[in-house]
Design a protein around this ligand. Structure first.
Ligand code: SAM
Length: 396
């Protein structure tokens, strides 16, 4: 989700409809804060701002992804990403025989279409392609994308409201979904720890500290040790729901692989003493914003992923971590150069365009290093091609 420079408030002009939407969301948040006694956790704020039925960023009708939206993801930027991921899926599907794919949070449907298109060419189509999606309007958009690009595969594609109950073999894909899980925000002091929540002042929504619970204080103390110490007033966030959520969405996979791709870091870099203000970020019209209270319901809110926490969540969910590397090495291991020529199909202009896209996906200053890929495996032995060129598991 690379975004341009940080936006300043004065540059933003909202439409009537957007203003009304943000006002309704503020009203909803205000009611919630008042009925909770004047304060809610940031985790609750983020959950409401992103997911409140009919109003939340992911539940309501904003355009969100791609050109004209708020941010651009790897599959929105290039078909190369899905083509490479398809190669990785093909390796797992071939090893398993009969297999399905479950994609979590499918955005515009571009990744699903790219993966299916390439898997078909590789002769490794899954028996089913299911999409777990919370957003009604993105679901409609995914349906349109897939009807247009893969009309002959419609019978294999279905949408789910909740993780599947019945077990299956195959692959789970989640690109840029973990960063949308609500996080708690904290501030560290040598003598105590505060949780930063949200209160209502006459001028609007504001940050307000409260003493952190004993459990959160203990978590922060552990993170601080892993990071090598923090100064007074160090602020960051923690995704306390990640272990249970990842377990719930992967529970039904009896044999196969889960691929998580997101921007994030191993714990000791994530909580580095110099990252004094955490990783919380908002996106609005292709720009980054640092104020999560500016346009509630209209802007995306996300935080980087602590990949050590994701790795710690793996064994309790019944998997083992089979790979962890940067997106650049993941795509290189999946023969991005071969996929580039395949997609260019002999057209020199197309090849040049794809080479530019590959640079954006892979260069360290673009998405190549900030984004990481992690694989979990259950009940299958495979040396996954995507992780053949780099193994960063020792950094977790
Ligand atoms: C940043 S977009 C990424 C979309 C797509 N994976 C891509 O790479 O273009 C996040 C996606 O996850 C979905 N999403 C957010 N939270 C979710 C959750 N808790 N469960 C399932 N999907 C979720 C959003 O509606 C959206 O489709």
């Amino acid at each position: 989700m690379p975004a341009g420079r940080v936006l300043v408030r004065a540059e933003i002009a909202l439409s009537e409809e957007e203003r009304a939407h943000a006002a309704r969301m503020r009203e909803r948040l205000g009611d919630e804060i008042r009925s909770a006694g004047g304060w809610i956790s940031f985790e609750r704020y983020m959950e409401t701002a992103l997911y409140a039925p009919g109003l939340g960023y992911y539940s309501a009708g904003a355009r969100k992804l791609g050109r004209g939206g708020d941010f651009t993801t790897a599959p929105e930027m290039s078909r190369l990403f899905g083509a490479c991921l398809a190669r990785q899926c093909a390796q797992v599907i071939t090893a398993l025989g009969e297999a399905s794919i479950l994609e979590i949070g499918a955005g515009s449907g571009a990744l699903a279409a790219d993966v299916l298109e390439r898997l078909e060419a590789l002769g490794a189509l899954p028996s089913r392609y299911r999409i777990l999606e919370v957003s009604g309007d993105l679901r409609d958009r995914q349906r349109r994308t897939l009807e247009e690009r893969m009309p002959h595969l419609q019978a294999r594609i279905e949408w789910l409201d909740a993780p599947p109950d019945e077990s299956f073999d195959g692959v789970i894909l989640a690109n840029e979904v973990l960063d949308a899980l609500p996080v708690v925000r904290f501030r560290w002091h040598p003598t105590h720890c505060e949780e930063l929540g949200v209160a209502l002042e006459p001028e609007g929504l504001v940050w307000e500290p409260r003493p952190a619970s004993a459990a959160l204080t203990e978590v922060c103390a552990r993170l601080r040790v892993a990071a090598g110490g923090w100064d007074e007033g160090y602020v960051s966030e923690y995704c306390q729901r990640l272990p249970l959520w990842t377990r719930a969405v992967t529970r039904a996979l009896s044999r196969g692989a889960v691929f998580w791709v997101d921007y994030g870091l191993p714990r000791r870099h994530y909580y580095h003493p110099e990252r004094r203000d955490g990783t919380l970020l908002c996106h609005f019209r292709q720009r980054a914003l640092d104020d999560p209270f500016l346009f509630p319901g209209l802007q995306d809110i996300c935080a980087w992923v602590d990949f050590t926490l994701l790795a710690e969540s793996c064994a309790p969910a019944g998997f083992r971590v089979e790979g962890f590397c940067t997106q650049a090495y993941f795509l290189a291991g999946l023969n991005v150069d071969v996929e580039m020529r395949q997609l260019a199909d002999g057209d020199a202009n197309r090849l040049a365009r794809l080479a530019g896209e590959a640079r954006r996906l892979m260069l360290p200053g673009e998405m190549g290093e900030r984004f990481k890929a992690m694989a979990w495996l259950r009940d299958v032995d495979l040396a996954l091609n995507g992780f053949a060129l780099q193994d960063l598991r020792h950094t977790l």
